[in-house]
Every structure is written in structure tokens, then in C-alpha cells.
Ligand binder design. Structure first.
Ligand code: NDP
Ligand code: MG
Length: 383
């Protein structure tokens, strides 16, 4: 069997390291390129184990240091956006795992699509900010997008082999995040350290805060709309605190398919990389004997306004999801530094959404400039 050549965009993060962990269990893969933003010690360690052809650091100020650390190897070192683009478009690459966090993933994802690569997509912000353009582009260039987000992987698996016309609705499950059991008054004073204690998943900081605000589910709502070509009214968010059912699909005969498993991202990561195959792995299987209950609740839009904001931004369409996403990234970064409070995140996003005029059918240039303008506006708000 020919080995698949993989580029990991964001190999030093939570998804990136879990991907390398599960990849190292098999001999089905070759790593073509690893990329990071600043954590060069971590990427050097990975490079010495996985021996990629190329290592890229996005932040150019770390380039010389990285080059020095890999000088005794034959590994090529690059930096900046041009480095990321080289890592995803090289003719040797079969699959690109987009595991960078944030809107920075947009340009390399577009480049990978145009190069006809298969995309294992973890970087949901790319679809939130530009899903309307990304999906037709993938079709045009014959690039397959395989979801890595656990909910979307579940939906994808439930839809496998089904006639899309028979899809009635999607149940998008949510853990409820760190503050599910707190009142609005209590949540108001919660700091990032507490928001970072996710009940079920160990993830990067940004997505863990997004889980606490339920913005993560809002982003996933938009992601599901674009990935599965459904109307927003066909997606229902269900809080399922155990994170065992990763999502469900209901067909028009009212038959429901669900995908279950332990909350371990290595399962959806390797599913996307191996698709359409499945192989043995070391992830511990779900033990039904130890499950006490699988419960479901309605999401509370009052305590978690970000979910409603995201659904409304999708309804407004145009540039609104871009503005929402950019504002959220800046506000979450400020919350992580204890510079703003929990509800300043949703309030700041709403201020940004009402400050800018909508642009329907935005181009990539509109999206990129709107993203920059929104970040500038929200940074001023934070000051
Ligand atoms: P992390 O913060 O753990 O990792 C982010 C990665 O992106 C790191 O390799 C980081 O490099 C790199 N990176 C950050 N900023 C830049 C930049 N400006 N330019 C280039 N590279 C950059 O994030 P996660 O792994 O948690 O999340 C990655 C994506 O996957 C997100 O979109 C998230 O929503 C999605 N996702 C994550 C899940 C999870 O379980 N973690 C689950 C489902 C989806 P460095 O280490 O140098 O900072
Ligand atoms: Mg998810």
C-alpha cells in the first residue's frame, strides 16, 4: 500500500500532537511538512522523530533560530505565509490536516484546495469566515474536504452512503462547556482559568473558551451548514453533557443515526486521514457498562448568548460570520489575558456586528479586509 503523504498545518497544537500520536501507531503515513507559529522547540522535537521534508515557522522572527536547530539535518526550513503555502501545495502532498487555530488557516486552505489536495479540516474558523466560497471552490478543484471536528465527523459518518435528499435534520450535540451548571450571575465573574477546565475534552485554549461561551457550538452550527449543505432550520443544537453521542442525523422516515464513542479526538482525526478505510488503533473503546446515563438538554441562549449570535450571523449571511469570527478571536484572546470579563465577549461581538455594514456575496478580499478591520475595531473596544 502506498503511504499517504501528510502536511500538518499546526502540528504543535492539541489536534496536531494528537494526530502525530495516532499516526505514529501505523506505517500508513509519511509526514511531508510540519508547521507551527512560534513553538520551535516542540516542532524540532517532532521533526527529529517524524523526519519531514519541510518544517515551517509562521512567525518569521523565529526562522533563524529554527534553522540553526535543524542545521545538522537535511530538513528544509521555511517561514511566513509563503512557507505555509509551500507546505500545503507541494506536489508530494496527498492530505493536508488543517489544525491551526483561527482565521490564519484561510489562505493556506484555499491554496491547498486549488492544488487539489484532500483536506482533513479541523480549522473550523476557515469555514465560518468563508464557507460560502470554500465549498464551491473545493468542488471546482476536485478537492475533498473531510471533517475532523468530532460532531461533523459523526454527521459525515451517519450520512455515509445515504441519499442527501432524505436528510431531514441534524442534531448537533454540545457538552455545555465548563459553566453549564452555573447561573448567569456566577458566570459573569468567571475568569479564564476556570473556563479552561473543560469537563470532557482536552483542547487548545481558544476552543476551550469557545466551548465555555458556546461560541464553539455556534461556529460548528455554521460549519455544519456549509459542510452538509443544509438549511439552518435543519440543525438543532442539543446539550449532551456526557459527550458520548458525537452528533446525530434524522432522515425523512424519522429514523435516526448516531455516532458514539469515547471523547477522544484521535478517532475523528484518523478517520479523516484513513477515509474511506478504518484500521485498528489503541484508543480505548467505549464501555457501556460504566455509562450511567446519556442525557439531553436545550441550550440556554440567555446564559450563553454567543450561540444565538452565531445563528443570527449565519442568517444575516454575507460578511457577518466573518465579523463575528474575527471579533470572537480578539475577545477570547483578551479574556484569556484577564483583560475583559466573560460577557464582554458576547457584548463585544454584538458591537462589532452592528458597527459594520453587511456585504452580501463577499469576495476573499472582502473577507480578508473585513477580518482586519474588525480586529482593529475590537482591539480599540478592549482598550
Ligand atoms: P492549539 O492552540 O492547541 O494549536 C494551534 C496550532 O496552530 C499550533 O500548532 C500553533 O502553533 C498554530 N498556530 C497558532 N497561530 C498561528 C498562526 N498565526 N500562524 C500559524 N500557525 C499558528 O489549537 P487546537 O489544536 O485546539 O485547535 C486547532 C483547530 O482545530 C481550531 O480551529 C479548533 O477549533 C479545531 N478543533 C480543535 C479540537 C481540539 O480538540 N483541540 C476539536 C475540534 C476542532 P504554536 O504551537 O507555535 O503556537
Ligand atoms: Mg467539535
Amino acid at each position: 500500500m502506498k503511504k499517504k503523504n501528510i502536511t500538518l498545518l499546526g502540528s504543535t497544537g492539541s489536534i496536531g500532537t494528537q494526530a502525530l500520536n495516532i499516526i505514529s501507531e501505523s506505517n500508513r503515513y509519511e509526514i511531508f511538512a510540519l508547521t507551527c507559529n512560534q513553538r520551535i522547540d516542540e516542532i524540532v522535537e517532532q521533526a527529529l522523530i517524524f523526519k519531514p521534508k519541510l518544517v515551517v515557522v509562521y512567525d518569521e522572527s523565529y526562522y533563524e533560530a529554527l534553522k540553526g536547530k535543524l542545521a545538522h539535518t537535511t530538513i528544509k526550513v521555511a517561514c511566513g505565509m509563503s512557507g505555509l503555502i509551500e507546505a500545503v501545495t507541494h506536489s508530494d502532498v496527498d492530505i493536508v490536516l488543517t489544525s491551526v487555530v483561527g482565521n490564519i488557516g484561510l489562505e493556506p486552505t484555499i491554496a491547498a484546495i486549488k492544488a487539489g489536495k484532500t483536506i482533513a479540516l479541523a480549522n473550523k474558523e476557515t469555514l465560518v469566515t468563508a464557507g460560502e466560497l470554500i465549498m464551491p471552490l473545493a468542488k471546482q478543484y476536485g478537492s475533498t474536504i473531510l471533517p475532523v471536528d468530532s460532531e461533523h465527523s459523526a454527521i459525515f459518518q451517519c450520512l455515509n452512503g445515504e441519499n442527501h435528499k432524505t436528510l431531514d435534520k441534524i442534531y448537533l450535540t454540545a457538552s455545555g462547556g465548563a459553566f453549564r451548571n452555573y447561573t448567569q450571575d456566577e458566570i459573569k465573574h468567571k475568569k479564564a482559568v476556570e473556563a479552561l477546565k473543560h469537563p470532557n475534552w482536552s483542547m487548545g485554549q481558544k476552543i476551550t473558551i469557545d466551548s465555555a461561551t458556546l461560541m464553539n457550538k455556534g461556529l460548528e452550527f455554521i460549519e455544519a451548514k456549509w459542510l452538509f449543505d443544509v438549511q439552518p432550520s435543519q440543525i438543532e443544537v442539543l446539550v449532551h453533557p456526557q459527550s458520548i453521542i458525537h452528533s446525530m442525523v434524522q432522515f425523512r422516515d424519522h429514523s435516526i443515526m448516531a455516532q458514539l464513542g469515547v471523547p477522544d479526538m484521535r478517532v475523528p482525526i484518523i478517520y479523516a486521514l484513513d477515509y474511506p478505510d478504518r484500521f485498528d488503533n489503541s484508543v480505548k473503546p467505549l464501555d457501556f457498562q460504566t455509562l450511567t446515563a446519556l442525557t439531553f438538554e436545550k441550550p440556554d441562549y440567555k446564559r450563553f448568548p454567543c450561540l444565538r449570535i452565531a445563528m443570527d450571523a449565519l442568517k444575516s449571511g454575507g460578511i457577518m460570520p466573518t465579523i463575528m469570527n474575527a471579533a470572537n478571536e480578539v475577545l477570547v484572546a483578551a479574556y484569556l489575558k484577564d483583560r475583559i470579563g466573560f460577557y464582554d465577549i458576547s457584548e463585544g461581538i454584538e458591537k462589532a456586528l452592528s458597527h459594520f455594514n453587511n456585504i452580501q456575496n463577499p469576495s476573499i478580499d472582502d473577507i480578508l479586509s473585513s477580518d482586519i478591520e474588525t480586529r482593529r475595531f475590537v482591539r480599540q473596544l478592549c482598550e
